[in-house]
Write a protein that binds this ligand. Sequence first.
Ligand SMILES: Nc1ncnc2c1ncn2[C@@H]1O[C@H](COP(=O)(O)OP(=O)(O)O)[C@@H](O)[C@H]1O
Ligand SMILES: [Mg+2]
Length: 227
Amino acid sequence: MLVEAKTLSKTYKIGWFKKRLVRAIEQADISVNKGETVGVVGESGSGKSTLGLLLTGLLKPDGGQIFFNGEDIASLKAGQRAAYRRQAQIIFQHPETAFNPKWKLIRSLAEPYYLHKIPFSEESLFRRLAEVGLYVEHLARYPFQLSGGELQRAAIARVMVLEPEFIVLDEPTSMLDAITQAQIIGLLQEIQKEKGVAYLFISHDLDLAGVFCQRVYRLKEGKLQLT
Ligand SMILES: Nc1ncnc2c1ncn2[C@@H]1O[C@H](COP(=O)(O)OP(=O)(O)O)[C@@H](O)[C@H]1O
Ligand SMILES: [Mg+2]
């Protein structure tokens, strides 16, 4: 088992005067095996993004446990924690928000090398570009000079620099037209075949999840159920 969450809960407290509680995730159990694609489908506001943030360690649960490669992520030592932060990645719905608008693509794609102390070389970067179907000429462009599909490819390339074992795909194609969506799904499948990475595919589209995923959970009002 690569990722396993047990009785996971997350409640947001909102409001300043009258505190209101939003139970985003309630007692959720979910597991993802190595190299597997697992779907999570639910309506807007059902807690999907919250679940993705919890499983990648970007948000702390207020109940339950998350195990990554059998280790409880709440009790990882500093070195193990850094490894987990590298191995568990997330790709968001809006690729344009994932990039600094003032940076040319080369800078955004070089950043993870420095952040995670991965030896940088042009060959390595060009290889990552080629893997996602982008070209060297894209590197000199600003995010606004790239299409939505190209930006999502760039977001995938940036994550693949880290050679993750697990990627949460939070509605990665819902802002794209049908043809581009199919291309990105095809690319993700190709990458998985080559690298053996596991995906948690978050979507509001049950049909798409059914085609792409080996198992699909349904998320309804914070509760998870295997379909
Ligand atoms: N940072 C936050 N603060 C307060 N409430 C939030 C926050 N993020 C999400 N929520 C609320 O939690 C619920 C689940 O949100 P979210 O996980 O984004 O769902 P989804 O991705 O399925 O649309 C929603 O009611 C949303 O308004
Ligand atoms: Mg969401």
